[in-house]
Design a protein around this ligand. Structure first.
Ligand SMILES: [Zn+2]
Length: 394
């Protein structure tokens, strides 16, 4: 997510008046299950990545152990692990038909529908209508799953907010917007070019590219009302990445520079997700997004100065407090400081230890390592001691 300029202006009227600048934006949260991306702060909405069905322990109840349905259930779990949703659903549905009172089969089928729905909602096979239909079936099958109704509600809200949207397909993106908004239609090419440029730039930085497996990155441009309805994040957020890049705008012709910056910021989150999955700490993810949103050479001196002003004499947040999303934080001043701290810390890391180390810290999760351990192994210092150096007591 990205902190919103105009909001910061409202919140920090005096400071902004004095510095004549804008402020950093929001945070982003980890993502959902089926795919690795997690939304800025929306992760809580999505089911956990581990289907309750999937653990082998949950396979088949002992009372049914000898039945052929236990093997069929196991085949369903295997299919689900491979994201072969249709096949998994067939297996679980057959089990459920034969043993309608067996809750495990209903729950496994519900999990399959839920993951399938998420795959269709955020993935390359994008089909919202089907996705909503599947998720509704999951809710009906497993009403005790408290995370699913909220997700269904969110899908319905985005369906409503994006009704009639036109989707423009580009090399690596699909950009959805309301064709009736003349100013968006007029300037959308500028946004597309900025996105494609940033895609190449980040691709070089990371060495991996999230759309290279044929799945375009979805970008949706909303009105402020539509954005708030879909994301339900605080008004401080200038954009969100939750598997889809979502950006609100009021008058593109006046906001072009800001919107391009927000798109670059959110796209960086897509790259981080592709490279490191959902385990990348919030401070690293947000710090890097702010660091690169202005261009490959990082932020201008003024950006860093504004971040220092936002920190003031406050003590830095412990890194563990900045591990996850800030979406649930409700104190705008604290959110602003968290963003400022993340930017300053990442800028320090980049200048003292180099971009390759930052990259390694992002990519270490899927290899079973942690950024803290990687940093210690490479530099011989604890991350926290570097944090204390960057923000000495005053
Ligand atoms: Zn962000």
């Amino acid at each position: 997510m990205r902190f919103r300029y105009t909001l910061a202006a409202a919140l920090l009227a005096l400071a902004v008046l004095l510095i004549g600048g804008r402020f950093l934006e929001s945070f982003r949260a980890p993502s959902g299950p089926a795919r690795t991306q997690v939304p800025d702060g929306l992760e809580q909405v999505a089911p956990t990545s581990t289907p309750e069905s999937a653990p082998a322990a949950q396979e088949t109840p002992p009372s049914l152990a000898p039945s052929p349905w236990s093997a069929r259930n196991k085949a369903g779990i295997d299919a689900l692990d491979k994201e072969a949703f249709e096949e998994a659903a067939e297996h679980f549905a057959a089990c459920l038909t034969a043993r309608p009172d067996e809750a495990v089969y209903a729950h496994n089928l519900a999990e399959t529908y839920a993951r399938w729905a998420m795959f269709l909602h955020d993935g390359d096979a994008w089909d919202r209508t089907r996705s909503i239909d599947l998720l509704q079936q999951a809710v009906d099958l497993h009403p005790e799953r408290l995370d699913l109704p909220g997700l269904l509600e969110r899908y319905r809200r985005s369906e409503e907010a994006e009704e009639g949207f036109f989707t423009r397909h580009t090399l690596h993106f699909e950009v959805a917007f309301d064709l009736n908004r003349t100013e968006v239609r007029t300037d959308v090419q500028t946004l597309v070019m900025a996105l494609e440029d940033a895609y190449l730039e980040y691709g070089e930085w990371f060495g991996t590219r999230p759309a290279d497996h044929g799945q375009p990155i979805r970008v949706v441009i909303y009105t402020q009302e539509g954005f708030s309805a879909v994301t339900q994040v605080g008004a401080w957020a200038g954009g969100v990445y939750d598997g889809t890049i979502r950006v609100p705008l009021t008058d593109l012709s006046r906001e072009l520079v800001r919107v391009v910056s927000v798109l670059r910021h959110e796209l960086l989150h897509a790259f981080v997700d592709g490279a490191g999955g959902g385990a990348v700490p919030g401070w690293l993810n947000e710090g890097l997004a702010q660091w690169l949103e202005r261009g490959p050479r990082g932020p201008a001196a003024g950006d860093l100065e504004r971040a220092r002003m936002a920190m003031g004499t406050a003590r830095p947040f412990p890194l563990d407090q900045l591990k996850g999303s800030l979406a649930k934080w409700d104190d705008p001043k604290a959110i602003e400081r968290a963003y400022a701290q993340s930017l300053l810390f990442v800028a320090h890391m980049e200048s003292h230890f180099g971009a390759p180390l930052l990259r390694e810290m992002i990519e270490c999760g899927p290899k079973g390592d942690t950024p803290r351990a990687v940093f210690k192994a490479r530099v011989g210092l604890e991350l926290d001691s570097v944090l204390a150096d960057v923000f000495p007591p005053r």
